[in-house]
Design a protein. Structure first.
Length: 129
């Protein structure tokens, strides 16, 4: 694995890990407050996404294009990720009947893999002139 890819993947995991912790904290707090789990995970993912944008640019994709370009791409990617998060979680929890925690762990892994590919190829890739 190239040094750049290794550094990029490490930064992606670190940024995503911190953002995921925030997502799960918000989700758990909202569930404890009585909110339905599907709505709680959507709210948690919004919180995590806000933190994640800045961390991804700092830790993983340092050579990304300007904010005026990457921010809009990131927002669109978040919409896709939020839909995937909701769909995967709903399928695992409501259709397959898996527990909330297991459903969210599996959902997070699936969405993280998709996000890395999208960030690397579409959102934060270097601008060519």
């Amino acid at each position: 694995m190239s040094t750049l890819l290794s550094r990029q993947l490490q930064g992606f995991v670190a940024a995503g890990g911190l953002s995921t912790l925030l997502h799960w904290f918000v989700m758990a707090a909202l569930i404890a407050a009585g909110l339905e789990p599907v709505l709680a995970t959507v709210s948690g993912s919004v919180s995590g996404a806000l933190l994640n944008y800045g961390l991804q640019r700092r830790l993983a994709f340092r050579n990304a294009g300007p904010h005026r370009v990457t921010l809009w791409r990131y927002i669109v990617s978040c919409l896709g990720a939020w839909f995937c998060n909701l769909a995967f979680f709903f399928l695992l929890n409501n259709v397959l009947g898996l527990p909330v925690t297991l459903s969210q762990i599996v959902t997070t892994g699936l969405v993280a893999a998709l996000n890395y590919i999208v960030y690397q190829r579409l959102v934060f890739h270097e601008q060519t002139r």
